[in-house]
Design a protein around this ligand. Structure first.
Ligand SMILES: Cc1ncc(COP(=O)(O)O)c(C=O)c1O
Length: 420
């Protein structure tokens, strides 16, 4: 099927013969911010990307381990590997996951190029054009971009302080006039809102998915980064390992995003089809870095690392909420107070437009992601996402001060009011 060959691309060029689905391939405002910020020459406090703090990435330990991992005089580390994952990595991963209550056998596991590839494999196998997919609102931009690339028909489900408002699902499904094929949910310290799905809602969601013969796509990069409150069991765990729950994980937030390593835990029949799909995509995940991660995790480095990382996230979150209270506390601005993860979510009065504010903010020396990026329906123009993970409190205080300056510059004093 050829398409509208006259449609201009973002770059303005006209590409003849693009497939119809190319129209749904949108890219990501989040990922594009990396290159956008690299092009700037002035100092910018970065609250945009969900990157761990630089000092929290165990680069010195990696540098120490690498010669031993690679220096065995064998080219094996640079050959093709098994699509399902390097045995050394899977062997190190499974007991580590078990200790977190994530029961998985090797047959239930496939190693992926980060969490994104897990989402892509799931959507590729499950979403036909026009299938109803329920997504949180707001939700992770790249997750919905993946579903859109397979032409899923997404319905947004509101999120409150207990995560996805599962009670609304029956009514939304009735309004859609058909049962959902897939329910995409980020249960822990959700990206972007920072909220966590309550145990009661998790149980109800699992029940509803069974009723509708729908698959739950559980996207959980942040679950191990809880710094307050009590652990809540995962959806796959609550379902008793049911075949209709697919769980996607990554090392990006708990170890290092540049490793591009993640994994999926799912029913063996689904994993087998994911292996087929991955073989038509990129064959296998990066072999030397799976060996490196295996050495780090298998060597017992993860527990102490995660403990330190959680403490970093906690103190960075505290630094951000303190700075927000100091700079924006007398205005009509609200923000979430997450118990873990990387992000919090700011909501302003209706007249504040964060897409425009983002440009002024970059000029002032601070970067965030505007709220609209997190909704397929273009909601949340008056909200924005801040990543507290990367910066220590003093730097965060400076960034939030610059954010207040950007608000002053754009709105005078009126950002302090609910109405402009
Ligand atoms: C909710 C969510 N899912 C998936 C990912 C993607 O992770 P990765 O970088 O491992 O592909 C992210 C990263 O920001 C995320 O926040």
């Amino acid at each position: 099927v050829t398409v509208d060959s006259t449609a201009p691309t973002a770059g303005g060029a006209r590409i003849p013969g693009l497939a119809r689905r190319a129209a749904g391939i949108t890219g990501s405002v989040i990922d594009s911010s990396t290159s956008l910020l690299e092009r700037q020459s002035h100092d910018i406090v970065r609250f945009a990307m969900g990157s761990p703090a630089p000092e929290a990435i165990p680069a010195p330990a990696f540098a120490e381990l690498l010669p031993a991992v690679l220096g065995q005089g064998s080219s094996r580390a640079f050959d093709y590997g098994r699509t399902e994952g390097e045995p050394a990595f899977v062997d190190a991963l499974l007991p580590f996951l078990g200790a977190w209550g994530i029961a998985a056998t090797a047959e239930e596991t496939i190693v992926t190029a980060g969490g994104m590839q897990g989402l892509d494999l799931a959507a590729k196998l499950l979403v036909d054009p026009g299938d109803l997919v329920l997504v949180e609102s707001p939700t992770y931009t790249n997750g919905t971009a993946t579903i859109a690339s397979y032409e899923g028909d997404m319905v947004e489900v509101p999120v409150d302080h207990d995560g996805m408002v599962v009670e609304r699902l029956p009514e939304l499904v009735a309004a859609a006039g058909r049962e959902p094929k897939l329910i995409y949910v980020i249960p822990n310290f959700q990206n972007p809102s920072g909220t966590t799905l309550s145990l009661e809602r998790r149980r109800r969601l699992v029940e509803l998915a069974v009723e509708w013969h729908a698959v739950i796509l559980e996207d959980d990069p942040y679950g191990m980064l809880r710094f307050a409150g009590d652990h809540v069991p995962g959806l796959r765990q609550l379902s008793g390992g049911a075949p209709n729950v697919i769980s996607v994980y990554t090392l990006s937030k708990i170890l290092a995003p540049g490793l591009r390593l993640g994994w999926v835990v799912a029913d063996p029949a689904i994993v087998a089809r994911m292996i087929d799909a991955k073989q038509g995509m990129d064959t296998c995940a990066n072999v030397p870095l799976q060996w490196l991660a295996a050495a780090f995790i298998g060597g017992g480095g993860m527990d102490a690392h995660l403990e330190a990382l959680r403490e970093t996230c906690r103190s960075h979150k505290q630094g951000m909420t303190d700075a927000l209270a100091h700079e924006l506390g007398d205005g009509a601005v609200s923000w979430t107070d997450p118990e873990g993860g990387f992000f919090l979510w700011l909501t302003f009065g209706e007249h504040v437009a964060t897409t425009e504010l983002a440009e002024i903010a970059i000029a002032e020396g601070v970067a965030f992601i505007p709220g609209k990026a997190f909704s397929v329906g273009g909601r949340f123009e008056n909200a924005l996402r801040l990543s507290f993970a990367t910066n220590p409190p003093e730097r965060t205080a400076e960034g939030v001060r610059r954010l207040r300056q950007a608000l002053d510059r754009a709105y005078g004093d009126s950002w302090r009011n609910l109405k402009g």
